[in-house]
Design a protein around this ligand. Structure first.
Ligand code: SF4
Ligand code: SF4
Ligand code: SF4
Length: 340
């Protein structure tokens, strides 16, 4: 446990060992911010980490699964760089759970992506509770809580003038950076009691925002709509194909590899891809099984709420609400799936 008065001192100590990113508020939105010593003044920090707000606009996957990453070269070999260890301080549960999707796709098979793996291993994930969910949040419909389970290296709760930090083996480094600033919390501490109250209140708020659970047979119900184009057309009508719902999604994992020739060799680059793009499913000879947009629109639902669940045992969605917030057509997947 750490008094919030000592927050700047702790963060200064962290900066001596790590590169640190925190969520920070800018124009009422939360964005990831790379913390610099100049951000931490004497009692009047120029950047106050927005640890009690909901997830940042940018998904945490961007730190490991970069939007653009060189992954190969020829004839020389390219190896992942080993930069200074990073601390992401204030990751919400709806960004932690999606990393399991990327772990499954990029590290859990015959072929691993060493560039993803290097950045994943190089990052200490510090979760932060979400005491005030917003109208766009629906993690409860996916069976998730607005605070982290065991997926983070450390979990932080900010309540009543105290930072409560629970650390796993790796998160211990965060306390070791400034051991004199912390004291051991006990069950009777006001901060611990307050944390439990706030967690219960956050769960209750989510249940008020999203009172009706989805169909427990959702994967089969989505799959059953595979040939019902009129169902998808009704919902796709307001879509302007901006791709905001896929580019901001913390679980989307599709990528494209392309090669660029140099004078004496070539570079291979991995970039994010998205199934709403017209060329996504195009094959050699130009045939395209999803040439009409309605098929591409529906694919996102099959992928996230049926196929991934069947193949990997989890939904490829965490209810973060970014797709709804970004959508120019105000298409809310809660409503689409609520009809099934
Ligand atoms: S929804 Fe589309 S872009 Fe996202 S992971 Fe699935 S297929 Fe890929
Ligand atoms: S589908 Fe929407 S709510 Fe689900 S994880 Fe992606 S952006 Fe978040
Ligand atoms: S964000 Fe909305 S308008 Fe844009 S592609 Fe997605 S569903 Fe369509």
């Amino acid at each position: 446990m750490l008094s919030t008065d000592l927050r700047s001192q702790w963060m200064s100590k962290l900066l001596e060992r790590f590169t640190v990113f925190v969520p920070a508020e800018r124009e009422n939105q939360v964005h990831w911010h790379r913390l610099e010593p100049a951000d931490l003044g004497s009692g009047t920090d120029t950047v106050t980490p927005a640890l009690r707000r909901i997830r940042a606009s940018e998904p945490v996957k961007s730190f490991m699964f970069n939007p653009r990453q060189q992954v190969g070269a020829f004839p020389e070999k390219l190896k992942p760089a080993e930069p200074k260890t990073r601390v992401l301080l204030g990751v919400k549960n709806c960004d932690l759970v999606p990393l399991k999707v990327h772990d499954k796709i990029l590290t859990d098979g015959e072929f691993n992506d060493p560039f993803y793996l290097a950045q994943r291993k190089n990052t200490i994930l510090v979760a932060a509770d979400c005491p005030v969910p917003e109208e766009s949040c629906f993690c409860n419909l996916l069976g998730l809580t607005p605070f982290a389970g065991d997926d983070a290296d450390a979990a932080l709760s900010v309540c009543d003038g105290a930072f409560l930090l629970e650390v796993g083996e790796r998160g211990r480094e965060l306390i070791d950076a400034a051991p004199d600033l912390f004291r051991k919390a006990s069950e009777g501490d006001a901060g611990v009691t307050r944390r439990e109250e706030e967690r219960k209140a956050a769960v209750a708020a989510l249940n008020r925002i999203n009172p009706t659970p989805w169909n427990p047979g959702l994967p089969a119900a989505v799959a059953a709509k595979r040939k019902d184009e009129s169902f998808w057309q009704k919902h796709a009508e307001k879509c302007v194909e901006c791709f905001g719902c896929l580019m901001g999604c913390p679980t989307c994992y599709c990528f494209l590899l392309y090669d660029q020739a140099r004078e004496k060799g070539l570079d291979r680059t991995r970039v994010w891809d998205a199934c709403y793009l017209a060329a996504y499913a195009r094959v050699g000879g130009g045939a395209n099984p999803r040439a009409e947009f309605v098929k591409r629109f529906a694919n996102r639902f099959f992928c996230k709420f049926s196929d991934f669940k069947t193949d990997h045992g989890m939904f490829a969605c965490s209810g973060c609400g970014r797709c709804f917030k970004a959508c120019m057509g105000k298409i809310d997947i809660r409503k689409v799936l609520g009809e099934l």
